[in-house]
Design a protein around this ligand. Structure first.
Ligand SMILES: [Zn+2]
Length: 344
């Protein structure tokens, strides 16, 4: 089978298109013919460049995390899936045994593995993956859309389930023009929330304006907190999803948060310490929660929701042969929406 293989960490040039041996599914696994793969910042490019702190891998290695494709073979003991099923695959494989997993809170699993990081990934015609991260996709969802939302959709669904989002609640999503931020905003909207999206770039805010959110704001505008106050009738937002972990952004998000409000972090792109005013936090009975990934339940819940017409933006697709160009394109931050590899 054709695959993109790396033999060392480094720039996009280390990706080599080769003929690799097709994988054999083990117990509890499903062999999937890959149709579309998301090209992501940390799991793909970070791992390739040797910057991913979670990466423990043996060379040669095949990258590729979240993807969509068609089931080819199911090993006995895997219920519910059969050859020919159109599926989406999340890369986050929780252990299923630890206290967090047993409590249905797999996002807290300390020994979770990532497809494309700890085990061979989906930059290939075929990949074998644990059945528990495979879900059938609704007929209306294309392989491209499924790959674009296969990880961030269930993560967003988990975030809103954990914090108890109700229709009508105000949600603030920072960096909403990023691939992850856009899916998070769309999931909040699909769950009936009123959604304030933000971006610091004019052209990205213009793109967000076309997506039907309740407001599109610039966090660098001095009147940002007042604008949120006006929109929410002086209450502030119920939930703020901030994956930037930037000190300046945290201050702005905190100022926009209402009483009993919750700040959710599912990423730390800037990863700097943030100033936290605990006095304000307790006086307003607010909280901060970290959610690393998703639950098993959210995989089911998200794909049911997606069947109702949830669609994100795919910026551009590249054939597998041009995987190096796809990496360079994402590294140059030229995209609004997802960048995908298409494998036929
Ligand atoms: Zn676990």
């Amino acid at each position: 089978m054709k695959a993109a293989v790396i033999y060392e960490f480094g720039p996009a040039d280390v990706l080599k298109i080769e003929d690799a041996a097709p994988p054999k599914p083990a117990g509890g696994e499903v062999l999937v013919r890959v149709h579309a793969v998301r090209v992501g910042g940390l799991l793909d490019i970070g791992t390739r460049a040797g910057r991913n702190p979670f990466a423990r891998l043996a060379f040669p290695h095949i990258l590729g995390a979240d993807f969509a494709g068609e089931v080819v073979e199911v090993v006995e003991g895997v219920g519910g899936l059969k050859a020919g099923d159109r599926v989406a695959v999340s890369p986050f494989v929780a252990c299923g045994k630890c206290p967090a997993c047993q409590a249905g809170r797999d996002y807290g699993c300390p020994s979770a593995q990532l497809i494309g990081v700890h085990r061979p990934g989906s930059y290939a015609e075929l990949v074998s993956v644990p059945a528990k991260v495979v879900r059938r996709i609704p007929d209306a969802v294309t392989y491209e859309q499924a790959a674009a939302m296969a990880l961030s959709g269930p993560v967003a669904f988990t975030q809103f389930s954990v914090v108890g989002l109700k229709p009508g609640d105000w949600v603030l999503v920072t960096a909403a023009a990023s691939g992850l931020g856009l899916v998070t905003s769309l999931v909040a909207k699909a769950l009936g929330a009123r959604v304030i999206t933000t971006s610091r770039k004019d052209w990205k805010r213009e793109m967000l304006q076309k997506r039907g959110f309740d407001a599109v704001l610039d966090t660098e505008d001095e009147t940002f907190a007042n604008q949120v106050g006006e929109l929410t009738g002086g209450q502030g937002v119920a939930f703020a999803i901030d994956n930037t972990s930037s000190a300046t952004m945290f201050t702005k998000v905190s100022a926009a948060l209402g009483r009993l409000g919750v700040i959710v972090s599912s990423g730390a792109q800037v990863a700097e310490p943030v100033p936290l005013d605990l006095r304000s936090l307790y006086l307003k009975s607010q909280s901060i929660v970290g959610i690393r990934s998703h639950t098993q339940k959210a995989l089911d819940g998200f794909w049911e929701l997606a069947g109702n017409g949830l669609e994100t933006l795919v910026d551009r697709t590249f054939p597998l042969d041009d995987v190096g160009d796809a990496h360079r394109y994402v590294e140059a931050e030229k995209n609004f929406g997802r960048v995908l590899l298409k494998i036929d």
